[in-house]
Design a protein around this ligand. Structure first.
Ligand code: FAD
Length: 437
């Protein structure tokens, strides 16, 4: 019998599987699609390396430790990638990287900067749960929300700060207020003003990590899991290619699939997990002439600027060898919960929006479209009341020993969050298997 059957070969499933296989457990990963990796997909075309999903991974010590264990060398972002821009009223303004730069920057008005200085004196909220927008307006003011937090949330979640929960979506920020009564005081005490890691990818793109993990695992692709049942001390897993018996199961598929697979074990899981909203994203890869864009990471566009594009990454400037000689690669993001309908637009309409806005925003006059990717359910939104989903996940695990849940809808949406979370999931599985004998 299999020790651990993992459903899903996204980074969550593969990392948990890898950590357990390394401990000598017999692990099998089943994946629905032909190519493993879930959101992490890289394509190569005409000398370009196109990231269809995540572009950069913010690697802290834990993530670097994981990569070392896997035996893969990260590729670090170039120094210039530290420059990030925010679009404001026709200009790209560099995001300030220090308090001094912040006070010199034209990004916020003088009044808005003074408002930020009041932050340490702002009292706590009387509400039980606040949205990110409510929290930021209360602590830092509306302009800070509009020109710094809104684009940041768009960059991470493709989300709307009015509906995301500060407690669940940006827990670290929420905890600063809880512990220190002020974000500024907390950040100074923890010296936590920096990004907390280095931006990385891999030679050949992020899918190189997936390939490396897959090589080390027993993974069966194009084998969709259909149902998971419990029978005495084991799980029976019905999949397209057959029936499997496992001592434990880790479901590392998106929330809706996880709920559906568990319909035999918990009907409410399938109903409740189905309510988690995943914002759609359209990704457009564009090639432009070298020298036609500024140096840096890219830019984000605040909602108040009323553009269709959410943000643009200067992909070939972040990492080496992403575009052929004489060209730059741009990755353009549209949609999100700001503009979900765009997912259903015709390709031509999306290209024409990108064409018009890029010419306008960057004064580019020659661009070539390389690829358009639609993610209908891209990123789970940790909205107000999200705690109920986390409680359900915990209850499911508590009531069904041997069943474990993993994935970006539980422990954070970034690739780094998924890798970090895999350690605690693997630890729980390990403890269960050792106790079971
Ligand atoms: C466009 C885009 C850009 C992003 N940019 C960044 C970024 O720059 N940096 C960053 O850190 N993060 C980024 N993210 C977020 C990050 O990529 C994801 O949160 C993360 O990769 C999710 O990994 P996961 O393993 O939890 O889920 P997934 O990647 O969704 O993997 C789940 C897997 O389960 C499989 N599956 C589902 N149902 C079944 C079934 N019944 N049987 C078998 N298999 C099944 C799926 O096919 C899939 O392979 C981005 C995401 C998107 C979509």
């Amino acid at each position: 019998m299999i020790d651990v059957l993992v459903v899903g070969s996204g980074i969550s499933g593969l990392s948990v599987a890898f950590l357990l296989a390394k401990e000598g457990f017999n692990v099998l990963v089943l994946e629905k699609e032909e190519i493993p990796g879930g959101n992490i997909q890289t394509e190569k075309a005409d000398g370009f390396i196109l990231e269809l999903g995540p572009q950069t991974i913010l690697a802290d010590k834990k993530v670097e430790e994981f990569l070392q264990l896997v035996g893969i060398q990260p590729e670090y972002a170039r120094e210039e990638a530290k420059i990030r821009y925010i679009y404001k009223k026709g200009r790209l303004i560099p995001l300030p990287l220090s308090p001094v730069e912040f006070f010199k920057s034209p990004l916020l008005s003088f009044g808005a900067k003074l408002r930020v200085l009041k932050e340490p004196f702002v009292g706590p909220s009387i509400k039980t749960e606040e949205s990110i927008a409510e929290f930021v307006r209360r602590r830092l003011g509306k302009e800070f929300l509009d020109y710094i937090i809104d684009p940041f949330i768009s960059g991470v979640y493709a989300g709307d700060p009015e509906s995301l929960s500060v407690k669940y979506a940006v827990r670290r920020v929420y905890e600063l207020e809880q512990k220190f009564g002020s974000l500024i005081k907390g950040a100074i005490k923890l010296k936590a003003l920096g990004p907390g890691g280095r931006l990385i990818s891999f030679n050949g793109g992020n899918h190189t990590l997936i390939k490396k993990l897959a090589e080390k695992l027993s993974l069966d692709t194009e084998n969709v899991v259909l149902k998971i049942r419990k029978k005495e001390d084991r799980f029976i897993v019905d999949a397209k290619k057959g029936k499997y018996e496992a001592k434990s199961v880790v479901i590392a598929a998106p929330a809706t699939s996880a709920g559906y697979l568990l319909r035999d074990i918990s009907w409410s899981a399938s109903e409740v997990f189905d309510q988690i909203y995943y914002a759609p994203i359209v990704v457009v890869h564009v090639s432009v002439e070298k020298g036609s864009i500024p140096k840096g990471f890219g830019f984000l566009i605040p909602r108040v600027e009323k553009r269709k594009i959410l943000g643009v990454l200067f992909s070939s400037q972040i990492f080496e060898k992403r575009a052929p000689e004489g060209k730059e690669l741009l990755t353009v993001y549209l949609g999100g919960s700001r503009d979900p309908e765009i997912i259903d637009y015709e390709d031509e309409d999306i290209f024409s929006i990108v064409d018009k806005e890029l010419r306008d925003l960057l004064s580019i006059n020659k661009l070539e479209f390389l690829r358009l990717t639609r993610w209908k359910r891209a990123i789970p939104q940790y909205t107000l009341g999200y705690g109920r989903y986390l409680e359900l996940a915990k209850t499911l695990e508590d009531e069904n020993p041997g069943l474990f849940l993993a994935g970006n809808y539980l422990y954070g949406v970034s690739v780094a969050d998924c890798i970090r979370a895999s350690y605690s999931v693997a630890e729980r599985v390990k403890n269960f298997l050792r106790a079971r004998g």
